[in-house]
Write a protein that binds this ligand. Sequence first.
Ligand code: DGL
Length: 262
Amino acid sequence: MTDGVPHPLADGFVGVFDSGVGGVSVLQHLVRELPGEDFRYFGDSAHAPYGGKSADEVYRLSRTIADRMLADGAKALVIACNTATSAAAAQLREAYPQVPVVGVEPALKPAVLAGGSKKVLVMATEVTLALDKFHQLEERWAQGAQVVPVACGGLVECVERGDLDDPSVIEVLERLVGRYRGEVDRVVLGCTHYPFVRTQIAQVLGDVTFFDGGAGTARQLRRLLEQDGLLRDGDQGVVSFSSSIDTPAELALYRRFFEMPC
Ligand code: DGL
């Protein structure tokens, strides 16, 4: 912003996307941090999960969504998906230098800095754990802590189905992380779907502290909007939802998750 003159794009919306309903956990932080902004959320539920696809495929899907959001007038993009951030954030920033592009990454740094006597479990998708971004994070922040990465195939599907009380959620979690019960005291939720099953994860792992990237992503968006003079600090903004499964039931699921504490 220069000389108090509002940026011409400041009234635009912030586009937020994920492979499905998971990014709604990030959206909750965004709205809390920036209540005056308009947010348009898109969940690519027709193509979820992204976590078992190739990095190229995740990039292609992310690029299609981002292109459409920008064509619709987005003033900033939030990739509310660890997997898509790892596979596509760098390329999207290069493709759209004119708008802030904010991603989300596994909150390994705060988990390690919190200290503890046991291991740090990182739950994320196969793609997130395989790509360079996670290896760089680990190299930079593990600092002697015992980090245990676990690819949680099958968990995103449980969350996408929407019935979080179904016994199959606990069965899947037992299979994925049950063997670490009592061995870990910190858990990084490295996929934006997982905060919605925090209670179920605690049921399986016992007394643990959770870390996720939602709040940090919201603070980073605020910083970038401020820096570019794009911040809109007016009345309550509008939050809207759309999905590649364009049915009333799917959109109702997104709204229900938006109201759910996570
Ligand atoms: N919510 C995603 C993430 O943060 C996507 C997971 C998926 O679709 O597999 O990684």
